[in-house]
Design a protein around this ligand. Structure first.
Ligand code: NDP
Length: 483
């Protein structure tokens, strides 16, 4: 019999009003489990209890907070193989990527464990005699976290860990496409000795439970990662209650390949950046802007590298590219393939639905050549194993083309020129800039976020996360009547 999994609300595991089925995108006959869908009342109960628990948690000593976060992170790292395999089974990415993601998620918790001990503030003299000023950060309060399916454990962890570190309570709505990873992380958090209801898991659809969460006046902040249209709707709903928001919403990242670059390295960074995670990364290198002097050599080598990538079952050894997450995503991807062709781009390889021994959502990685930056395939986030090559005549044209986008999350350049690399670092309009690296692949101890439609609100990760998860208090302390 298929196992049922419950929500964790106000400190208790509880059944929902209904359940959804979770199937393996590598093999849809593999049912991972049935997952409870929270009711509106359960969400409200989670929010009410979170308010009570938050006050207690904020008053808890920093060493206790350190111990809790460290225990969560340590267990995740120790169980990276097991939980990474589960993640692979429900999301489709190869096991090595799933394991790497869970390990990285554990590192977010251990990093923020250490941050709990770095409670530094500012002091100042008042302009008035006999008065001192102390500026410190306090918790934001109750935080609603809405996370996507493409990095179900890491994205949630880089939100949950700082939220708890800075003294907040969390109500988490994960993506319905990846509930097993959400339950696994919740089970680890639920083992901790923390106030009842400090952390709740409310699985349910975005349009019902997610929407109710962002509209609730019981929430002080919403941290969201997902699509631009949903992000805009969340911002509109949140402003009604003046709820603080932080949003990361994808991109259309470009990697510029200059004529002085190491072409083999450029090909490796392009293929890895474009097709890793089946292209389902907000940091994917989906536009490849290539100098005319090296264009033909680059394209020839890129096509060879792309065709050599092994597409397969996410849990099978040797697989480099797993299936995409769902039938809906596959249909969208194939629509973009047709759109690209209809816009005049040449599909030089891949971009086809693939049949495998098991029924899943497989497609071959595809490369478009002879594309223009104003084509929709170069303007819209496809979230697919698809890359488009744009030929340019100079570094200046490459930079202008790269910056000509509504997004601005990551941007990269492949060059051996220090002058170009330096100019690029200063002039690429993106939140994260890479030199001789793929646009995907970021660290956990430094800020992450973008510009334009990519991000809204304070940065995530590193000590910069405090901007969102805390509020500043300025205290004036008089030492008495001045003598
Ligand atoms: P969504 O933006 O729909 O989903 C992201 C999260 O938001 C999920 O947890 C979802 O819940 C939730 N959600 C959906 N609607 C609402 C709402 N009205 N109020 C509150 N929460 C809501 O993205 P999709 O999963 O549908 O993916 C579509 C496209 O979005 C992708 O193809 C990609 O282009 C982009 N995307 C970008 C990501 C990134 O990392 N930047 C991550 C994911 C998607 P649920 O899914 O359970 O209904």
């Amino acid at each position: 019999m298929t196992q049922s999994y419950q929500n964790y609300i106000a400190g208790e595991w509880v059944a929902g009003g209904s359940e959804i089925e979770n199937r393996n995108p590598s093999d849809v006959s593999d049912i991972i489990g049935l997952y409870a869908q929270a009711s509106a009342d359960q969400l409200d109960q989670a929010l009410d209890q979170a308010r009570v628990a938050q006050a207690e948690w904020e008053a808890t000593g920093i060493e206790k907070k350190y111990n809790v976060l460290m225990a969560i992170g340590t267990e995740m790292m120790a169980r990276a193989e097991e939980l990474g395999t589960l993640l692979s089974r429900e999301e489709g990415k190869p096991i090595a990527e799933g394991k790497g993601e869970v390990y990285r998620a554990g590192q977010f918790f251990t990093y923020y464990a250490a941050e709990t001990l770095r409670q530094m503030g500012d002091t100042a003299d008042s302009v008035r005699d006999g008065i001192e000023i102390d500026v410190r950060r306090e918790a934001l309060g109750v935080v609603g976290i809405i996370s996507p399916w493409n990095f179900p454990t890491a994205t949630a962890s880089w939100k949950i860990a700082p939220a708890l570190c800075y003294g907040n309570a969390v109500v988490w709505k994960p993506a319905n496409a990846t509930p097993a990873s959400a339950v696994a992380l919740t089970e680890i958090i639920a083992k901790q000795d923390v106030p009842k209801g400090l952390f709740s898991l409310v699985m349910g659809t975005g349009s019902e439970i997610g929407q109710r969460l962002v509209e609730s006046p019981k929430v002080d902040g919403i941290s969201f990662t997902g699509s631009v249209p949903v992000g805009k709707g969340i911002a509109r709903a949140a402003i009604e209650n003046l709820t603080k928001v932080q949003m990361e919403m994808g991109s259309k990242n470009a990697l510029a390949v200059m004529d002085d670059a190491d072409i083999d390295l450029a090909v490796a960074m392009s293929a890895g950046g474009a097709f890793g995670g089946s292209g389902q990364k907000c940091t994917a290198s989906s536009r490849l802007i290539v100098h005319a002097n090296v264009h033909d050599e680059f394209v020839e080598k890129l096509l060879k590298a792309t065709q050599a990538m092994k597409v397969g079952h996410g849990q099978h050894a040797g697989t480099q590219i797993g299936p995409v997450v769902s039938q809906q995503q596959l249909d969208e991807n194939l629509k973009y393939v047709e759109l690209g062709k209809s816009e005049g781009a040449e599909l030089a390889c891949g971009g086809q639905r693939l049949d495998m021994p098991t029924t899943g959502f497989y497609m071959s990685p595809g490369v478009f050549i002879n594309t223009k930056n104003d084509m929709r395939i170069n303007r819209e986030e496809m979230f697919a194993p698809l890359a488009a090559v744009i030929k340019v005549g100079s570094y200046d044209e490459a930079l202008t083309t790269l910056n000509d986008t509504n997004f601005g999350l990551t941007a990269g350049i492949m060059t051996n020129s220090l002058a170009r690399a330096t100019h690029f670092r200063r002039n690429a309009k993106a939140g994260c800039v890479m030199v001789n690296l793929a646009t995907a692949g970021t660290d956990y101890h430094v800020p992450f976020g973008g510009r334009g439609d990519s991000s809204y609100g304070p940065r995530e990760q590193g000590s910069y996360a405090a901007e969102f998860y805390t509020v500043v208090k300025t205290a004036y302390i008089s030492s008495g009547t001045p003598v």
